[in-house]
Design a protein around this ligand. Structure first.
Ligand SMILES: [Zn+2]
Length: 546
């Protein structure tokens, strides 16, 4: 009877899971896996040189791809999504043959590729890229106008891929060591991309070209063009690694508002350099750029569209009031400089590495500026957004992310881990250590999980299985029976164990529950137990259950 019930439940849950997961195609595999045609070459450098024409919403140009040969290969996969198309590929003055398979192009390399060689090719492309229907959540270009009727253009393409508008190795595991982004726009406009402005080239026609150089590895969804009739202001921040240039580009009509609102940028740096270590891209400066959508963590060029107001579009996602003390987009998107741009997932299934830590960074910002109790309240408040609908980790090798719980639930998981560590300086050392030891790297969840196990001195494998790969919230089941307190973790994965701070009859106490019942003596009469609310767990007095 019990077994049959279990089986029914299993079928129902499985059917539900399938209903939520799309059927994956060959295109998903080409996009999401390290194919043979990607694996043999390592990105060294991109020079993306594009002409952006707001008049007809087209982009045309070349991407020069410099790569190191890891293993001799002859077929190279470069991605570009229709309706954009590759017209020509040239290597050493010779045109190369290629064939298209959906969003992937397979280029036939004609010369021998010797191991260790650094080679390059030029990819000529153009077209009218997809217009984002709901930026930044759906990928594409956004073509808007400012109040004066000037073009106001930006891209956002996390998930859907940078290959929506430029040809690249559209997989996150590999990043170029540096990149030059040259953007030609109508003369009265400006382009702001990643890195530092190396120069502006006046052309004989009605355009000019902005050359932006990124001197650090950059992930492909972070590559950014932001075009408008911008006003510019700047300041210098004295940070952990010395002087950091902060540059701000906003629509002229918003200059005064921006000068007030962007005071959150140095406040962000104070808090995050304290918790996470030096800003990871001093050489490239830090920029905030106004765009016609909410915002995105483009590396060293964070885009901003939060309406010059605190909160998330004026709302407090924590419901505590603390979320209105700062501009959500400045803090959250900039937090990604450490977790997304410095430490980058190899596979979007592990997007929690970006979003859980960055969601958590909001609470640490509040903690730094308003105190630990405020930070705690903020993190706990964000639980109202948790759905526990499906696991946080998505599916590997098909470009498929997990539940949106990677934000508030992931943040609360890390907050819970801080309680387990129970030593704030040690915890801060671990957060800084992650950014030091995985500096400018792409990583897997296993690397991050192992690092946290090693440096907390605890085997956290069941902890991560519980919070990242399951939807159940562990429940501290307890009962006072006779003179004993009995307790265990229920509603959990096999082998789940985690210390938890409780108060019994008003006295603080640490328990080390596992999934097996344990007991403590000395509890006669009437007793009360409460779990420290900083732990994201449930608790139930099961005394009354027969
Ligand atoms: Zn984010």
């Amino acid at each position: 009877m019990f077994k049959a019930c279990g089986m029914l439940l299993f079928i129902a849950v499985t059917a539900g899971a399938y209903a939520q997961t799309p059927a994956f195609t060959r295109q998903d595999t080409l996009r999401g896996s390290i194919t043979e045609e990607r694996a043999w070459w390592d990105l060294a450098y991109y020079h993306l040189d594009v002409n952006v024409n707001p008049g007809d919403s087209t982009i045309r140009g070349t991407n020069t791809i410099q790569y190191k040969v890891l293993e001799p290969g002859r077929l190279m996969q470069v991605d570009l999504q229709p309706p954009m198309r590759i017209d020509k590929v040239v290597q050493n003055g010779k045109e190369l043959a290629f064939r298209r398979d959906g969003n992937a192009y397979f280029i036939q390399i004609s010369e021998d590729q010797k191991k260790g060689q650094v080679n390059k090719l030029d990819v000529f492309f153009g077209g009218k890229p997809v217009v984002s229907e709901n930026p930044p959540w759906s990928g594409g270009l956004t073509w808007k106008k400012d109040a004066q009727g000037n073009p106001f253009v930006a891209n956002s393409n996390q998930g859907d891929g940078a290959s929506l508008w430029w040809p690249c190795k559209d997989h996150m595991y590999d990043e170029p060591d540096s990149m030059l982004i040259s953007v030609t726009v109508p003369k009265h406009l400006m382009d702001v991309s990643n890195g530092k402005l190396r120069g502006v080239e006046e052309r004989n026609d009605s355009t000019k070209t902005f050359h932006w150089f990124v001197s650090n590895p950059i992930n492909n969804y972070g590559v950014n063009i932001s075009i408008g009739d911008f006003a510019h202001f700047s300041e210098t921040y004295q940070g952990e690694k010395g002087e950091l240039e902060l540059d701000y580009y906003v629509l002229k009509e918003n200059l005064d508002k921006a000068k007030a609102q962007f005071k959150d940028a140095p406040r962000m740096l104070q808090a995050f350099e304290h918790w996470f270590g030096p800003y990871p891209f001093y050489e490239d400066g830090f920029k905030l750029i106004e765009v016609p959508y909410l915002g995105m963590e483009h590396q060293s060029a964070v885009t901003y569209g939060n309406g010059y107001q605190n909160g998330y579009r004026g709302r407090d996602l924590s419901g505590t009031g603390w979320g209105l003390k700062f501009d959500f987009i400045i803090i959250h998107e900039s937090g990604h400089e450490w977790f997304a741009n410095n430490i980058t997932y190899k596979d979007i299934a592990d997007m929690w590495i970006h979003e859980s830590f960055t969601n958590y960074s909001e609470g640490l910002f509040v903690d730094y500026h308003y105190g630990k109790e405020a930070g705690n309240a903020y993190v706990i408040g964000t639980r109202q957004g948790i759905k526990n609908d499906k696991p946080i980790i998505g599916q590997y090798e098909v470009n498929y992310r997990g539940s949106g719980d990677m934000y508030p639930k992931g943040g609360n998981m890390l907050h819970t881990l801080r309680q387990v560590v129970n030593n704030d300086e040690k915890w801060r050392g671990i957060l800084r250590g992650l950014n030091r030891d995985f500096y400018h790297q792409t990583v897997t969840t296993q690397q991050i999980e192992s690092y946290l196990s090693k440096h907390t001195g605890r085997d956290l494998s069941a902890f991560f299985d519980q919070y990242l790969r399951d939807t159940r919230i562990p429940k501290l089941e307890y009962q006072f029976a006779g003179n004993k307190l009995r307790y265990r973790w229920g509603n959990s994965v096999a082998g789940f164990h985690m210390p938890v701070k409780v108060s019994v009859n008003g006295k603080e106490k640490w328990l080390e529950p596992t999934t097996n019942w344990q007991e403590l003596k000395g509890y006669k009469g009437k007793n009360a137990l409460q779990v420290d609310p900083n732990f994201y767990v449930e608790a139930a007095d099961v005394s009354l259950v027969p």
